[in-house]
Design a binder for this molecule. Sequence first.
Ligand code: SAM
Length: 260
Amino acid sequence: MAKKSFGQHFLLDLNITRKIARLAQVGEGDMVIEVGPGPGGLTRALLETGAQVVAIEKDSRFEPLLEELAAASAGALTVRVEDALTADEAAIAGGRPAHIVSNLPYNVGTPLLIKWLTGAFRPASMTLMFQKEVAERVTAQAGAAAYGRLAVIAQATADARLVMDAPARAFTPPPKVDSAVVRLVPRSDRPEPARLQALQAVTAAAFGQRRKMLRSSLKALGGEVLCEAAGVAPEARAETVPLSGFLALADAWRAREGRL
Ligand code: SAM
């Protein structure tokens, strides 16, 4: 029944689904976009909060079951059979603030997160189940082994916290690895698109060669001169540079390129 290619690992334990709904801090009248409802375990817990839920599921085999749930929801649940990667969340939300809650399909978890962090649609909050290793890469601080591009982009655009661990045995069928829930709230000072693009360029170069000193990994972007303009030590390695350092490098690079 569960399709591996669709990352299908279901949460059927009401204690866990209710806990995720609580962690999402959604309630009466809030709009929630749930990605990948599958058989609807988490969907039920979200509906219990009184939220308005739009569920986006790619696997049409779940449609009859979800439509049954929708029919019993007195208008609180809408089901859309489509790919979340190409879904237009702004149109779906119709201009209202919307929270995203999902036990994410692991194969598309990171691209979906990047879409919600950097795209035109800005969710009110995101409460997302990832593989534990990805959750750690989103929330890691400078100096930690999991710190890299994903942490910098996620933390430049959102306040990101790991809020719950979920062992593999909580899922049916159990995946090979443990999972964790991350809650992200977009920052009001999220960098504007050009600054974000520069941050992506700088982090791609720096973490592309994470063991090298910045003067060498950032050579093509200005190397030592760039680091000095940004006030970041040229002999530092990417994994030790905090978010503020990467923002300074991105700004210095834009200034050099005449992109201000
Ligand atoms: N929410 C359910 C639960 O917690 O039991 C299912 C979670 S399961 C990890 C991921 C779900 O996402 C599956 O139902 C899968 O079919 C769906 N899915 C996979 N890729 C998708 C995509 N690109 N767009 C929308 N749904 C997708």
